[in-house]
Design a protein around this ligand. Structure first.
Ligand code: IPD
Length: 262
């Protein structure tokens, strides 16, 4: 797909950051066996990736604002446009040498996401979308899956970990959903979970406790692939409360009923 100049900047930047992170990932695998472990190294790699992304994007579009997971926030001269960046989604996977993590970059214009890029450097998969232009993975157009029977469907979520208060609700979700479907996955990178719904690899995804940078790009990519994506609770605000549910169109209603009964 011939994307806009902004999309090209985003993809080029994601690839550049991804190359650096891939090198660091090789080192992380060696550090697993050291007594100190890879914690500090990974935290430095994450920050360095965000610094690189910020520099590239600010150089290309000096007037846009910037919001990054690692604490970089800049109010742009142009208050209507802002980059929303997770330099390393799936940090815990990365830290443990698990090859499932991604760079996520979104562009917001007047409060709406207009372009999104999620790049998985390990598999060299670039998921991207621009508003109105469909969703793509590398050179191929993506569509959500066509499965319409819950019992044949696979869903993904994020299981709460230390410090997250949503364990009881998630356990109840699982108790209702597991007997009704073909399986639930917890792969550990919300941006890739959304990209995988768009690619038709799973039928749906839901999670509580996410942040704008985890989901900004993925929200647009799912919608552009024909998926339905809503706040987990109908009155919610996805980007502010980080609670969402999405699925292909045939499954959405039944799936949402199961999850929203919490
Ligand atoms: C995390 C991942 C994970 C989700 C967490 C996120 P991070 O993002 O997306 O799948 O369950 O809630 O915080 O910290 O690796 O960028």
């Amino acid at each position: 797909m011939a994307g806009s100049a902004n999309l090209n900047v985003m993809m080029k930047t994601a690839r550049k950051a991804g190359r650096g992170l891939l090198k660091d990932f090789g080192e992380v695998e060696n550090l697993q066996v050291s007594s100190k472990g890879p914690g500090d190294f990974v935290s430095r790699a994450d920050k360095a990736a965000e610094a690189l992304i910020k520099e590239e994007l600010m150089h290309a579009r000096p007037t846009y604002g910037f919001l990054g997971e690692e604490g970089n926030e800049i109010a742009g001269e142009d208050p209507t446009r802002r980059w929303i960046v997770d330099p390393l989604d799936g940090t815990t996977n990365f830290l443990h040498g698990l090859p499932h993590w991604a760079v996520s970059i979104a562009l917001e214009h007047k409060g709406q996401i207009v372009a999104g890029v999620i790049y998985d450097p390990v598999k060299d998969e670039m998921f991207y979308a621009e508003k109105g232009g469909g969703a793509w993975m590398n050179e191929s157009r993506m569509r959500v899956s066509a499965r319409h029977r819950m019992i044949e469907s696979i869903f993904a979520t994020g299981l709460p970990f230390a410090g997250r208060a949503d364990l009881p609700e998630t356990i109840q979700d699982l108790a209702r959903l597991l007997p009704a479907c073909a399986g639930v996955r917890r792969f550990g990178a919300a941006a890739l979970d959304l990209a995988y719904v768009a690619a038709g690899r799973y039928e749906g995804f839901w999670e509580r406790g996410l942040h704008a940078w985890d989901i900004a790009a993925g929200v647009l990519i799912v919608r552009e692939a024909g998926g339905i994506l809503e706040p987990l609770h109908p009155e919610g605000d996805i980007m502010a409360d980080g609670q969402l549910i999405c699925a292909n169109e045939p499954i959405f209603e039944t799936f949402a009923k199961v999850i929203r009964r919490a």
